[in-house]
Design a protein around this ligand. Structure first.
Ligand code: PRP
Length: 211
Protein backbone atom coordinates (compact mmCIF):
# COMPACT_ATOMS: atom_id res chain seq x y z
CA UNK A 1 0.00 0.00 0.00
CA UNK A 2 2.80 2.33 1.07
CA UNK A 3 4.24 3.72 -2.12
CA UNK A 4 1.16 3.13 -4.21
CA UNK A 5 -1.42 5.80 -4.92
CA UNK A 6 -4.85 4.59 -3.81
CA UNK A 7 -7.70 6.38 -5.54
CA UNK A 8 -11.42 6.21 -4.68
CA UNK A 9 -13.55 7.05 -7.70
CA UNK A 10 -17.34 7.51 -7.67
CA UNK A 11 -18.95 4.51 -9.34
CA UNK A 12 -21.06 5.46 -12.37
CA UNK A 13 -21.00 7.93 -15.20
CA UNK A 14 -19.08 10.62 -13.34
CA UNK A 15 -16.43 8.14 -12.22
CA UNK A 16 -15.91 6.89 -15.76
CA UNK A 17 -15.48 10.45 -16.99
CA UNK A 18 -13.09 11.28 -14.18
CA UNK A 19 -11.10 8.08 -14.78
CA UNK A 20 -10.44 9.29 -18.36
CA UNK A 21 -8.93 12.43 -16.86
CA UNK A 22 -6.69 10.37 -14.55
CA UNK A 23 -5.65 8.20 -17.50
CA UNK A 24 -4.71 11.30 -19.53
CA UNK A 25 -2.82 12.60 -16.50
CA UNK A 26 -0.51 9.57 -16.71
CA UNK A 27 -2.21 7.15 -14.31
CA UNK A 28 -3.80 4.56 -16.61
CA UNK A 29 -5.27 1.26 -15.53
CA UNK A 30 -6.68 -0.34 -18.70
CA UNK A 31 -8.40 -3.17 -16.83
CA UNK A 32 -10.91 -0.68 -15.44
CA UNK A 33 -12.51 -0.40 -18.87
CA UNK A 34 -13.37 -4.10 -19.07
CA UNK A 35 -16.76 -3.42 -17.50
CA UNK A 36 -16.78 -6.37 -15.12
CA UNK A 37 -18.09 -6.32 -11.55
CA UNK A 38 -14.70 -5.86 -9.91
CA UNK A 39 -14.29 -2.97 -7.52
CA UNK A 40 -10.48 -2.77 -7.31
CA UNK A 41 -8.15 -2.23 -10.25
CA UNK A 42 -4.39 -1.99 -10.18
CA UNK A 43 -1.56 -0.94 -12.43
CA UNK A 44 1.63 -2.26 -10.81
CA UNK A 45 3.88 -0.42 -13.24
CA UNK A 46 2.38 2.95 -12.35
CA UNK A 47 1.77 1.94 -8.74
CA UNK A 48 -1.80 3.15 -8.88
CA UNK A 49 -4.85 1.39 -7.49
CA UNK A 50 -8.44 2.50 -8.19
CA UNK A 51 -11.52 1.62 -6.13
CA UNK A 52 -15.09 2.05 -7.38
CA UNK A 53 -16.96 3.50 -4.43
CA UNK A 54 -20.57 4.61 -4.02
CA UNK A 55 -20.35 8.37 -4.79
CA UNK A 56 -21.59 9.45 -1.37
CA UNK A 57 -18.99 7.21 0.34
CA UNK A 58 -15.84 8.49 -1.41
CA UNK A 59 -15.18 11.15 1.24
CA UNK A 60 -15.35 8.55 4.05
CA UNK A 61 -12.75 6.31 2.35
CA UNK A 62 -10.48 9.31 1.89
CA UNK A 63 -11.05 10.81 5.34
CA UNK A 64 -10.16 7.51 7.01
CA UNK A 65 -7.16 6.83 4.78
CA UNK A 66 -8.51 3.74 3.00
CA UNK A 67 -7.84 5.82 -0.11
CA UNK A 68 -5.18 8.52 -0.43
CA UNK A 69 -7.20 10.63 -2.79
CA UNK A 70 -10.62 10.54 -4.38
CA UNK A 71 -13.22 12.41 -6.33
CA UNK A 72 -16.32 13.60 -4.53
CA UNK A 73 -19.13 16.00 -5.41
CA UNK A 74 -19.12 19.38 -3.69
CA UNK A 75 -22.62 18.44 -2.45
CA UNK A 76 -21.17 15.60 -0.38
CA UNK A 77 -18.38 17.82 0.96
CA UNK A 78 -20.88 20.50 2.00
CA UNK A 79 -23.24 17.99 3.55
CA UNK A 80 -20.80 15.85 5.55
CA UNK A 81 -17.86 18.28 5.95
CA UNK A 82 -15.27 15.47 5.93
CA UNK A 83 -11.84 16.27 7.34
CA UNK A 84 -9.96 16.11 4.01
CA UNK A 85 -8.08 18.52 1.76
CA UNK A 86 -10.05 19.79 -1.21
CA UNK A 87 -7.34 20.12 -3.85
CA UNK A 88 -9.02 20.92 -7.14
CA UNK A 89 -12.30 21.70 -8.86
CA UNK A 90 -12.42 19.17 -11.71
CA UNK A 91 -15.11 21.27 -13.43
CA UNK A 92 -17.10 18.22 -14.39
CA UNK A 93 -20.28 16.74 -12.94
CA UNK A 94 -21.63 20.27 -12.84
CA UNK A 95 -25.06 20.89 -11.35
CA UNK A 96 -26.77 23.08 -8.74
CA UNK A 97 -28.43 22.68 -5.40
CA UNK A 98 -32.00 23.87 -5.71
CA UNK A 99 -35.25 24.28 -3.85
CA UNK A 100 -38.10 22.91 -5.94
CA UNK A 101 -41.84 22.58 -5.50
CA UNK A 102 -45.07 21.77 -7.31
CA UNK A 103 -46.08 24.22 -10.07
CA UNK A 104 -48.85 25.68 -7.95
CA UNK A 105 -46.94 25.93 -4.66
CA UNK A 106 -47.52 29.22 -2.81
CA UNK A 107 -45.30 29.82 0.18
CA UNK A 108 -46.74 31.06 3.47
CA UNK A 109 -43.85 32.46 5.50
CA UNK A 110 -45.87 32.25 8.71
CA UNK A 111 -46.00 28.48 8.50
CA UNK A 112 -43.22 25.96 9.16
CA UNK A 113 -41.98 24.81 5.77
CA UNK A 114 -41.58 21.04 5.32
CA UNK A 115 -38.50 20.18 3.28
CA UNK A 116 -37.70 16.70 1.93
CA UNK A 117 -34.07 16.06 1.06
CA UNK A 118 -31.04 13.78 1.08
CA UNK A 119 -29.02 16.85 2.08
CA UNK A 120 -30.39 17.72 5.50
CA UNK A 121 -27.42 19.85 6.58
CA UNK A 122 -27.34 21.82 3.34
CA UNK A 123 -31.10 22.40 3.60
CA UNK A 124 -30.87 23.49 7.25
CA UNK A 125 -27.99 25.92 6.48
CA UNK A 126 -29.79 27.36 3.49
CA UNK A 127 -33.07 28.04 5.29
CA UNK A 128 -31.34 29.19 8.50
CA UNK A 129 -29.66 31.92 6.45
CA UNK A 130 -33.12 32.97 5.30
CA UNK A 131 -34.36 33.01 8.89
CA UNK A 132 -36.88 30.36 7.96
CA UNK A 133 -38.16 27.69 10.35
CA UNK A 134 -38.30 24.31 8.63
CA UNK A 135 -39.20 20.72 9.35
CA UNK A 136 -36.69 18.50 7.52
CA UNK A 137 -37.73 15.10 6.20
CA UNK A 138 -34.68 12.99 5.45
CA UNK A 139 -35.08 10.71 2.40
CA UNK A 140 -32.58 8.55 0.51
CA UNK A 141 -33.68 9.04 -3.10
CA UNK A 142 -36.59 9.76 -5.47
CA UNK A 143 -36.97 13.00 -3.55
CA UNK A 144 -39.27 14.40 -6.25
CA UNK A 145 -42.08 12.18 -4.97
CA UNK A 146 -42.34 14.01 -1.67
CA UNK A 147 -44.20 17.18 -2.76
CA UNK A 148 -46.33 15.22 -5.22
CA UNK A 149 -47.61 13.01 -2.41
CA UNK A 150 -47.85 15.98 0.00
CA UNK A 151 -45.13 14.53 2.20
CA UNK A 152 -43.40 17.92 1.99
CA UNK A 153 -43.95 21.46 0.70
CA UNK A 154 -40.64 21.62 -1.11
CA UNK A 155 -37.51 19.60 -1.80
CA UNK A 156 -33.84 20.49 -1.69
CA UNK A 157 -32.00 18.44 -4.29
CA UNK A 158 -29.50 18.46 -7.09
CA UNK A 159 -30.68 19.76 -10.45
CA UNK A 160 -28.60 19.02 -13.47
CA UNK A 161 -30.64 19.14 -16.67
CA UNK A 162 -33.97 19.78 -14.91
CA UNK A 163 -35.47 16.76 -16.70
CA UNK A 164 -36.44 14.93 -13.50
CA UNK A 165 -38.28 17.97 -12.11
CA UNK A 166 -40.05 18.57 -15.43
CA UNK A 167 -41.13 14.95 -15.77
CA UNK A 168 -42.72 15.20 -12.33
CA UNK A 169 -44.37 18.61 -12.81
CA UNK A 170 -42.07 20.32 -10.35
CA UNK A 171 -40.38 23.69 -10.79
CA UNK A 172 -37.26 25.31 -9.39
CA UNK A 173 -38.08 27.84 -6.68
CA UNK A 174 -34.46 28.89 -6.26
CA UNK A 175 -31.12 27.62 -7.48
CA UNK A 176 -28.26 28.08 -5.07
CA UNK A 177 -24.73 26.69 -4.61
CA UNK A 178 -23.14 25.43 -7.84
CA UNK A 179 -21.83 21.87 -7.50
CA UNK A 180 -19.02 20.05 -9.31
CA UNK A 181 -16.61 17.16 -8.75
CA UNK A 182 -13.62 17.88 -6.52
CA UNK A 183 -10.29 16.14 -6.10
CA UNK A 184 -9.84 15.45 -2.38
CA UNK A 185 -6.94 14.03 -0.38
CA UNK A 186 -6.44 12.34 2.95
CA UNK A 187 -4.49 14.79 5.12
CA UNK A 188 -1.67 12.47 6.11
CA UNK A 189 -1.41 10.86 2.65
CA UNK A 190 -1.07 14.34 1.25
CA UNK A 191 1.99 14.90 3.44
CA UNK A 192 3.60 11.52 2.76
CA UNK A 193 2.76 11.31 -0.94
CA UNK A 194 2.89 15.01 -1.73
CA UNK A 195 5.04 14.65 -4.82
CA UNK A 196 2.88 12.18 -6.71
CA UNK A 197 -0.35 13.85 -5.59
CA UNK A 198 0.87 17.29 -6.66
CA UNK A 199 2.04 15.89 -10.01
CA UNK A 200 -1.36 14.33 -10.62
CA UNK A 201 -3.15 17.48 -9.47
CA UNK A 202 -1.27 19.72 -11.88
CA UNK A 203 -1.88 17.33 -14.80
CA UNK A 204 -5.59 17.27 -13.96
CA UNK A 205 -5.62 21.03 -13.59
CA UNK A 206 -4.22 21.43 -17.12
CA UNK A 207 -7.21 19.45 -18.39
CA UNK A 208 -9.71 21.61 -16.52
CA UNK A 209 -8.30 24.76 -18.10
CA UNK A 210 -9.97 23.89 -21.41
CA UNK A 211 -13.37 23.24 -19.82
C1 PRP B 1 -30.22 13.21 -8.98
C2 PRP B 1 -31.14 14.17 -8.27
C3 PRP B 1 -32.30 14.30 -9.22
C4 PRP B 1 -31.62 14.15 -10.57
C5 PRP B 1 -31.43 15.50 -11.21
O1 PRP B 1 -30.67 11.93 -8.72
O2 PRP B 1 -31.53 13.65 -7.02
O3 PRP B 1 -33.25 13.31 -9.02
O4 PRP B 1 -30.35 13.55 -10.36
O5 PRP B 1 -30.92 15.42 -12.52
P1 PRP B 1 -31.65 16.14 -13.74
O6 PRP B 1 -31.88 17.58 -13.33
O7 PRP B 1 -30.67 16.04 -14.87
O8 PRP B 1 -32.92 15.43 -14.03
P2 PRP B 1 -29.77 10.65 -8.86
O9 PRP B 1 -29.67 10.25 -10.28
O10 PRP B 1 -28.47 10.90 -8.17
O11 PRP B 1 -30.63 9.55 -8.09
P3 PRP B 1 -31.38 9.55 -6.67
O12 PRP B 1 -32.82 9.60 -6.95
O13 PRP B 1 -30.95 8.26 -6.06
O14 PRP B 1 -30.92 10.73 -5.88
Amino acid sequence: MKNWLNVALPKGRLGEKVYQMFEKAGFPCPEIKEGNRKLIFENAEKKVRYFWVKPSDVAIYVERGAADIGVAGKDILLEYKPDVYELLDLKTGKCHMAVAAKNDFVDDRNRTLTVATKFTNIAKDYFAKQGRVIDVISLNGSIELAPILNLSDVIVDIVETGATLKANNLVVVEKFTPISARLIANKSSYNFKAQVIEELKSKLEEQTENI
